[in-house]
Design a protein around this ligand. Sequence first.
Ligand SMILES: C/C=C/C(=O)SCCNC(=O)CCNC(=O)[C@H](O)C(C)(C)COP(=O)(O)OP(=O)(O)OC[C@H]1O[C@@H](n2cnc3c(N)ncnc32)[C@H](O)[C@@H]1OP(=O)(O)O
Ligand SMILES: NC(=O)C1=CN([C@@H]2O[C@H](COP(=O)(O)OP(=O)(O)OC[C@H]3O[C@@H](n4cnc5c(N)ncnc54)[C@H](OP(=O)(O)O)[C@@H]3O)[C@@H](O)[C@H]2O)C=CC1
Length: 447
Amino acid sequence: MTVKDILAAIQSPDSTSEDFAALPLPESYRAITVHKDETEMFAGLATRDKDPRKSIHLDEVPLPELGPGEALVAVMASSVNYNSVWTSIFEPLSTFGFLERYGRTSELAKRHDLPYHIIGSDLAGVVLRTGPGVNAWHPGDEVVAHCLSVELESSDGHNDTMLDPEQRIWGFETNFGGLAEIALVKSNQLMPKPDHLSWEEAAAPGLVNSTAYRQLVSRNGAGMKQGDNVLIWGASGGLGSYATQFALAGGANPICVVSSPQKAEICRSMGAEAIIDRNAEGYKFWKDENTQDPKEWKRFGKRIRELTGGEDIDIVFEHPGRETFGASVFVTRKGGTITTCASTSGYMHEYDNRYLWMSLKRIIGSHFANYREAWEANRLIAKGKIHPTLSKVYSLQDTGQAAYDVHRNLHQGKVGVLCMAPEEGLGVRDEAKRAQHIDAINRFRNI
Ligand SMILES: C/C=C/C(=O)SCCNC(=O)CCNC(=O)[C@H](O)C(C)(C)COP(=O)(O)OP(=O)(O)OC[C@H]1O[C@@H](n2cnc3c(N)ncnc32)[C@H](O)[C@@H]1OP(=O)(O)O
Ligand SMILES: NC(=O)C1=CN([C@@H]2O[C@H](COP(=O)(O)OP(=O)(O)OC[C@H]3O[C@@H](n4cnc5c(N)ncnc54)[C@H](OP(=O)(O)O)[C@@H]3O)[C@@H](O)[C@H]2O)C=CC1
């Protein structure tokens, strides 16, 4: 049995769940990996010069054993997230440390501690097998997977699964990720594939859409409400393109920050009106590596007031980190919220705390999303309220180039990767719903 036979079953309209259950599984499959013996390959280079094309490999790997509560999924398409960029440049830590630590937790978890790491935290595909104890999903189900992996043996995670001490991001802190022909997930990562989208469109939103939902909309994040002024950094990027849609769909007022006229135009086409081109307006929040320039925070705040009719920011959607965090804290209104999920430009943030405490502002740390939040975010995609922001699609063997483009900020929205799918555009089951939303679905394509 080969991957080709699985693909034939997926492409046949007559295949039943029993047919999928009866398909023998292949012994091996193709997967995107990084190698443990290469973690020092970029030693001494600046972050910018670390090239994912050199560290990312396409390997034939053995199929992992299927455990209780798990599913093996035939991956039709996946997407590149920034966490795969971090893995491929071995920053801020090599992800092999996460795999070793996970491997020490149980006999079953030992499977993850390998000399190669199969990366990728998104997928759209078809369930091939489920392990003991899985009742909600069956072979043949068309699914997407969110990337929250939890054990839930401790009480800590039972109010909010993100608080499980054994919380991990699948395909980053666990092995057998989505940039592969077959992936291993826990069955409570599975969600229905939106039926009006192709495989690559369905795979694109998952990680960033769920993260933006928790960070901005959920009560666990900023709890955005109608009329809020929301400052969105990187508003046409992975996270930002979903935050902008959530702000618009929720009756808030996004103030979109981007770095080019082309990206400003994308935000305008989503429906945003208040847009700041940080490049054209030349903000320099840092005078040198160690000194910020509060005059530039004020110039930025003045520009925001021009765009809002004199109002300040209720919620900042933060992720660039060190470079922008001082400005983000400054421009937030009294009692407002800065919600952060990342530090792309550096994790040692500096801000003037007087503006935080004297104005009763709050900083909220946010990380991915629990199953319910991911489900709600996916439901909005399925209902055509929020749309994929897929710009370009790569073949599995070109994943290194895709990760390079994301690392160098050469992309728009999200970039997709075809895994088993032989071409783009397959997997659409509801053409009528698709037709209703086709312009929005294609908004980011080929720009
Ligand atoms: C969905 C997509 C998401 C993204 O894209 S996010 C962006 C990508 N992700 C990242 O960049 C994050 C990568 N992760 C990290 O950088 C690290 O992962 C952390 C900094 C988050 C944590 O570092 P670590 O080394 O893994 O853990 P420690 O907690 O610093 O060190 C563990 C040792 O420190 C002890 N310790 C922990 N808390 C305390 C405390 N409060 N008081 C005293 N000790 C403490 C522990 O016990 C243990 O010790 P012992 O090494 O001896 O076992
Ligand atoms: N904790 C979590 O759960 C998650 C964390 N992340 C993290 O969030 C970060 C962003 O991810 P994602 O949105 O997918 O990445 P993208 O690269 O797709 O988008 C980020 C955007 O941020 C803007 N940006 C980058 N650097 C700076 C800077 N120095 N100053 C201002 N703006 C900047 C750029 O937009 P422009 O040039 O137009 O301004 C860029 O397009 C990554 O570090 C990622 O690891 C992502 C998802 C989940």
